[in-house]
Ligand binder design. Sequence first.
Ligand SMILES: NC(=O)c1ccc[n+]([C@@H]2O[C@H](COP(=O)([O-])OP(=O)(O)OC[C@H]3O[C@@H](n4cnc5c(N)ncnc54)[C@H](O)[C@@H]3O)[C@@H](O)[C@H]2O)c1
Ligand SMILES: O=C(O)[C@H](O)[C@H](O)COP(=O)(O)O
Length: 376
Amino acid sequence: MKIIADENMPYVDALFSGIGDIEKVNGRTLRADAVEKADVLLVRSVTKVNAALLEKNTRLKFVGSATIGTDHIDLDYLAQRGIPFANAPGCNATAVGEFVFIALLELAQRFAQPLKNKTVGIVGAGNTGTAVAKCLTAYGVNVLLHDPLLQKQGDIREFVSLETVITTCDVISLHVPMIKSGPYPTQHLFDKTRLLQLATGTWLINCCRGDVIDNKALLDVKINRPDLKLVLDVWEGEPHPLPELVPLVELATPHIAGYSLEGRARGSLMLYEALIKTLGYSSDKPFKGLLEPHWIARMDLHQIPNEKALLQLVRFVYDLRDDDRMFRNQFLNVNGFDHLRKIHQHRRELSTLTLVNSGQLDVNWLFNLGFSGIEL
Ligand SMILES: NC(=O)c1ccc[n+]([C@@H]2O[C@H](COP(=O)([O-])OP(=O)(O)OC[C@H]3O[C@@H](n4cnc5c(N)ncnc54)[C@H](O)[C@@H]3O)[C@@H](O)[C@H]2O)c1
Ligand SMILES: O=C(O)[C@H](O)[C@H](O)COP(=O)(O)O
C-alpha cells in the first residue's frame, strides 16, 4: 500500500509504517502526477483535495486531513467517488485555547490593562472557542459566546448576538470555520462595516481562517485606529500576508496557534485510528508513547501567582514572543511562512508543567487552566 503524507505531519513513520510504504511530500505544491499511485493520502490545510488533484488516481482508499478545518477538501467530490475521508476535530483545541489565553496575558502586560477586568467575546463556540473559554473562565475572566448554529441546536450554554459581542466586548476572539455561503457565512464576517463598529480599545484575535476578516479593510481601519490591538495567527493570502499589515499587529504568527506537539500528535493519531478502522484493522498505538518527555518536570508553588507571575509561568512552557519574533524576521522571504511552520517543534501544552502545591494554596484554578498539579 502506498501512503502519501504531508512532510509536516509528525509521527507518520511511528504510526503508519506498518501499514504501507510512506512517501513524504510538500503539501502546498502537491499535484495530480504525484498522487497517481497513492492508496492513502494524508494532508494538512495547505493541500486542495479536489478533482484536479485526484483526476489521475483510480485506487485511493482513504483521505485524511490532520485538521478540524475542511475548507481545503472537496467533500462532495470525495463522496461522489466513494473515497472515505476523516479529519481530526478537537486535536488542536487545547493548543488554540492556550495560545489565545497566553496572547491575552502578553497584551495585558504590554498595555498595563489587567486581563481579569476584561470581557471576552468568543465567535464560534465549538472545539477551539470552548477551549479558549475554559482557560478564561478558569482564570475568572467574563466570557460571552456567539454561535447561532449551536444556539439553534439547543446547546444549553448562554449565547449573545454578534452585535452584542462587537459593541460590548473588550476582546473578540474568532473561532469559526471558513464558510462561503448558506445562512451563516463566515467569509469576511468582519468586513469594513463591522470593523468600524469595534469599540474603542478593542483587542481582536483571529486564530481560525484568514478570510474571516477582510484583511485589506482591516489595514485601512487599523491605520486610523491605533487604539485597536490585533493578534493574527491566520491571514488572507497565506503564505503571503499583506506586508503592510504585519507591522501593525501586536502578535503575528504563521498559522501555528494549534501547533503544540500534543495537538499535532493527536491529529496524526486520529487519522491513523480512522484509517485502520476503514481498513478493518485494530489499533495498537498509545498516544503517550508518541511524545518525548518535556524538559520541565515540576515546579514548587510558594504563593498564588498574580497576573505578571502567571505570564512568567506560561512563558516557561511556551513563549509566544519567540514565534512572533521569528515571523517578523521571515514573513517577507518567499518561503518564510511555510519554513517556520515546517520547523515548528518547540511548543508543548501547559499540562507538561506540574505545579506542586505544598503550601495548601487556593490554586485549583491553575489546574483548571491546564497545568498539571500535585497537592502535598
Ligand atoms: N490557527 C490554527 O492553527 C487553527 C487550529 C484549529 C482550528 N483552526 C480553524 O478554526 C476553525 C474552528 O475550529 P474548531 O475546532 O473550533 O471548529 P468547530 O467546528 O469545533 O467549531 C466551529 C464553531 O463555529 C460555529 N459557527 C459556524 N458558523 C458560524 C457563524 N457564522 N457565526 C458564529 N459561529 C459560527 C459552529 O457552529 C461551530 O460551533 C476551524 O474550522 C479551522 O478553520 C485554526
Ligand atoms: O484547521 C485546523 O485544524 C488548523 O488550521 C490546522 O491544523 C493548521 O494548519 P495545517 O498545519 O494543517 O496547515
